[in-house]
Ligand binder design. Structure first.
Ligand code: BES
Ligand code: ZN
Length: 608
């Protein structure tokens, strides 16, 4: 009888809280509290030590804890019984999956309150990058950092690696004496560099937000509660570039409620960081490629900051519904940009986003263009397309336009407050939306909402953002193409946004001679703005403008941001000549890339 009850319980728990990207049995037993003690060994490129998990057992018959792991070596597992005695426990691994790692099963004689796992990581850990000193900006000391989203926390900590479980943690990190360790947690900016660091994360967060970096870092404050950690060469530049961070925080707080995490600092990573930014709590991880010198790319800071509400406070329950994190965040980001830099800039950024989305929609399998997707059996990192970001944002903008900001702003603020420190799924969001904002079906019909969520591509109720500014850029381009005179392009008044729009339209409209003329006139191959450079290289490759290749080579060796390099390698792999060239460049660049970037480019170039 008990067995049947347990089976039914397991079944119900599975239906209730399934995450196909986690092996863990989190509905039966979970770990609200985690404690780490890890030593970073830069020669071996490994973290070693232990994690201690406090356990909450949710059913009396359960005696097994299933965790997620990937490439971890387990040395020993000890459990602490209710009377305080430590005993050795047996463990085993499940089958290995290339995308999901392995289940780690631990057997208990009874429901112990604590378990301690001694382990070390592999140099290939998918969630860590180890850089030699030559691969850093200062070239004096080595560097390491983690990137846990989506399911890479399991490659450096055995745990329940699902956004459906939240935990508090504390950590003690041992490093070489000259280096500073920082975590997305309580960081004291004035810590002495002594190789022994303590952290506490008092708010409950999902595993993908656990973050660690170790390097030759220095700190500089920007305001009472914001500051920058960076290698010395970047520090002053970053402080100047991101000096509006405090103002962004004030704007976001006035719209959506007090900033709930205490400090907000930025960590500038080496250029091999595979993302633009990562919203680790209290300490966003940031690519140096957004330090453009003119604040033109700071929407990325607005974005990572916005996650303090959308994502970190209210969290998507599984990676199928990434739009609940990223779509909301893009929406909030654009509101922050509007208030800090004005409606015109916010509009241009929305318009550029729509262009990016349209490019993705052309290439994606239609079933991956729904807001609610299904990535079962696949790598959840594949959900990182413009769809959850831009289509998600556009859906919220559609709702906002229908009901008006006077109603939509308080709705969103209450949403963040009501579900703070909880997980969210689309159905739950819909119920809340219906109950609190759309009780009148005349304003928005269920059919209209369902089309946005469950139909491919853009919904029929989508209204494209349009600006005069970009229409003028298009006019000038037409004039120049007719006259052949660069003076027809009034670029003095152009911002990065105008340039990005201009370059984005070139592939369809110009020939190679015109590209050469533009490059000579404006030095686009040499652009120091990474977004402009990447967009330009894309056109250059499409048009076979080989003169851009030396600059492209430098770019690919210097920058490891996946959004830039993977599409460029994809383009290069289209013809045999450029494929050969790309392989040679990659040979030089590969060692400097993050493991995630490496495996993505390996696939594209069929390398190894
Ligand atoms: N949380 C994401 C990064 C991410 C998404 C990592 C999915 C792994 C899987 C982060 O907030 C983000 O969206 N970064 C963007 C920048 C942004 C301005 C759109 C990026 O890295 O390009
Ligand atoms: Zn994001």
């Amino acid at each position: 009888m008990r067995v049947v009850v347990l089976l039914l319980f397991i079944l119900a728990a599975k239906v209730q809280a399934a995450d196909p990207h986690s092996f863990s049995n989190f509905a039966l037993v979970s770990h609200p509290q985690l404690s780490l003690d890890l030593t970073a060994d830069f020669d071996k490129q490994q973290l070693s030590g232990f994690v201690e998990l406090q356990l909450d057992w949710h059913h009396p018959d359960v005696r097994e804890l299933i965790l997620d792991s990937r490439d971890l070596s387990i040395e020993n597992v000890m459990g602490q019984s209710a009377n305080g005695k430590w005993v050795k426990l047996s463990h085993s691994f499940g089958d290995k999956s290339s995308t999901h790692g392995q289940a780690l099963r631990i057997e208990f004689p009874e429901q112990f309150p604590k378990v301690r796992i001694y382990y070390h990581t592999s140099p290939q850990a998918s969630g860590l990058q180890w850089l030699t000193k030559e691969q850093t900006s200062e070239k004096q000391q080595p560097f390491m950092y983690s990137q846990s989203q989506s399911i890479h926390a399991r490659s450096w900590i055995p745990l329940q690696d699902t956004p459906a479980v939240r935990l508090n943690y504390q950590a003690r990190i041992h490093t070489p004496k000259e280096l500073l360790a920082v975590m997305g947690a309580d960081n004291s900016a004035n810590t002495d560099k002594d190789g022994d660091y303590f952290f506490r994360m008092p708010q409950a967060i999902p595993a993908y937000l656990i973050a660690l970096a170790i390097g030759d870092l220095e700190f500089k404050a920007m305001s009472e509660r914001t500051g920058v950690y960076a290698e010395k060469v970047w520090l002053d530049k970053a402080v100047a570039e991101f000096s509006d961070t405090e103002q962004m925080m004030q704007v976001a707080s006035s719209l959506y409620g007090d900033y709930p995490w205490g400090r907000y600092d930025l960590l500038i990573l080496p250029a091999s960081f595979p993302f633009g930014g990562m919203e680790n709590p209290r300490l966003s991880f940031i690519t140096p490629t957004v330090i453009a010198g003119d604040k033109s790319l700071v929407s990325l800071i607005a974005h990572e900051l916005a996650h303090s509400w959308s994502g970190n406070l209210v969290t998507n329950a599984s990676w199928h519904e990434l739009w609940l994190n990223e779509g909301f965040t893009n929406y909030v980001e654009n509101r922050i940009m509007e208030q800090v830099y004005g409606p015109e800039r916010a509009l241009l950024e929305r318009q550029l986003s729509v262009q990016d989305l349209e490019n993705d929609l052309d290439q994606l399998d239609p079933k991956d263009t729904l807001l609610v997707t299904d990535y079962t059996g696949r790598d959840p990192d594949d959900a990182f397309t413009q769809v959850p970001y831009v289509k998600g944002m556009l859906f919220l903008q559609f709702l906002e336009q229908r009901v008006g900001r006077a109603a939509f702003d308080p709705f969103l603020k209450n949403y963040f407050q009501t579900f703070a420190f909880q997980t969210m799924d689309t159905e739950k969001f819909l119920r809340y939306l219906r109950k609190t904002l759309l009780n009148d079906p005349d304003i928005v019909s269920m059919g209209e909402i369902l089309e946005w969520l469950y139909q491919p591509a853009l919904a029929s109720t989508f209204v494209a953002p349009v600006s005069d500014a970009f229409a003028q850029v298009d006019q000038q381009r037409a004039l120049w193409q007719k006259s052949g005179k660069l003076t027809d392009l009034q670029t003095n008044s152009w911002t990065i946004h105008h340039w990005l729009h201009f370059i984005g339209q070139l592939a369809a409209t110009v020939d190679i001679a015109q590209l050469q003329q533009l490059d000579q006139g404006f030095g686009l191959s040499q652009s120091q703005n990474a977004e402009v450079a990447a967009a330009w290289f894309k056109v250059a490759l499409a048009k076979n403008y080989t003169q851009a290749q030396p600059a492209l080579q430098q770019f690919l060796v210097r920058v490891g941001r996946r959004k830039f390099v993977v599409p460029l390698y994809q383009q290069l792999s289209q013809s045999p000549e450029t494929l050969g060239w790309a392989k040679a460049v990659y040979q030089q660049a590969r060692a400097g890339y993050h493991p995630l970037t490496q495996s993505a480019v390996d696939k594209v170039l069929k390398f190894n």
